[in-house]
Design a protein around this ligand. Structure first.
Ligand code: SF4
Length: 352
């Protein structure tokens, strides 16, 4: 039996049932799932995906949605830039007079937010194009199969790996081959504990044969951790709702609704900085400073000091602000809001 026959047969018997794996494959659903799955795990993506495609079943419906609604359904998946780009993509396709995705790699690649990976994934899975898909899982399988000890991210390595995958296409649907390799990497050829005894490719695997599969590929250099310290002005109205502002700038959290935030220098007074974040026309009484909340975004470790403020009297334009509680935010937010809410609640209880 050849590697590709063994792989495809294994996939037919072992593929997880996932809501985007429809028969036949739907290009729009494939696109949504591929974008959601970038940097987010399957079990977190699944319920969001179901909600997303239920609400917007095609590109036309997504194009007609407001960005706030899209970010709101995306909540919990993180990396909101992906949601914004997906929304922009839908609008661009629909505004150009089409209601379907282009069926060639160049056309897909020209759309907002679509890189080589997504174009190859959608192109092969939905349209049967012979485009190898290299995600971290596939790179690991190929590196182990070929005992490739170099960095899989270099362009030479990528070309070699793609050509290895391409050799598996003849006689099979390229999308099935790609997806089977991804599935094998996710469920059998795992990073630290490959289950070689259950692997359909073990008979041809050089890494396994050498007895050291986990040495392939070599570990990636870890990005240096950045430590940040912020203050959050936790402005609470008489009915318990919090005042949120849309984050306008910066490399992270942009576009999300959160309590006003600012950098907090080591020696700075959190209350003074938080007071400076209150909007003009809003009178507040300063409450307690709670213990810092820890929040991680990729390589950033953020310590956020919550400062409680009770509203005494309000008279300010509400545009760009909203009053809300966790779970009720109109538009996208971050789990940081819930963490701050909990920190204030715990602190209040302690001092009752
Ligand atoms: S035999 Fe082991 S190392 Fe090789 S591809 Fe299969 S699980 Fe991975």
């Amino acid at each position: 039996m050849t590697i590709s026959d063994s792989l495809v047969e294994w996939f037919a018997e072992n593929a997880r049932s996932l809501p985007w794996r429809t028969d036949p494959r739907d290009a729009y659903r494939t696109l949504v799932s591929e974008i959601m799955l970038q940097q987010t795990q399957v079990d977190r993506v699944t319920p969001r995906f179901v909600e997303f495609v239920h609400r917007w079943p095609d590109l036309k419906a997504l194009a007609a949605a407001s960005e706030d609604d899209v970010l709101s359904v995306w909540s919990g998946l993180g990396y909101y830039r992906r949601a914004r780009l997906l929304h922009r993509l839908a609008r661009e396709v629909v505004e150009s007079g089409r209601d379907r995705l282009p069926q060639d790699i160049e056309g897909l690649r020209a759309l907002p937010g679509i890189g080589d990976y997504t174009a190859a994934a959608v192109g092969s899975l939905a349209f049967g194009l012979e485009a190898p898909v290299l995600d971290g899982n596939v790179e690991r399988v190929v590196a182990r199969m070929t005992a490739f000890g170099g960095n899989p991210r270099t362009s030479i390595a990528q070309t070699r790996m793609k050509s290895w995958v391409r050799k598996l296409f003849p006689g099979h649907h390229p999308g099935v081959v790609n997806e089977a390799l991804m599935e094998l990497g996710a469920t059998v050829c795992m990073p630290s504990r490959p289950r070689c005894e259950a692997c359909p490719l073990a008979f041809e695997c050089k890494g396994h044969e050498a007895g050291r599969p986990v040495e392939y590929p070599p570990p990636r250099k870890v990005r240096e951790t950045e430590h940040l310290r912020w203050v959050a002005a936790c402005i609470v109205g008489p009915d318990g709702r919090w005042l949120l502002r849309r984050v306008q700038e910066g490399p992270i959290l942009r576009g999300l609704w959160l309590p006003p935030l600012a950098d907090l220098e080591a020696q700075a007074d959190p209350v003074g900085v938080a007071m400076g974040l209150t909007p003009e026309g809003l009178m507040v009484e300063c409450g307690a400073v709670s213990g810092a909340v820890r929040h991680h975004i990729t390589h950033r470790r953020i310590e956020v000091v919550p400062v409680l403020m009770h509203v005494l009297h309000t008279d300010f334009p509400a545009a760009m602000w909203q009053w809300s509680r966790p779970g009720e935010v109109i538009g996208g937010t971050s789990s940081l809001f819930e963490k701050l809410h909990k920190a204030i609640e715990i602190n209040e209880k302690k001092h009752q």
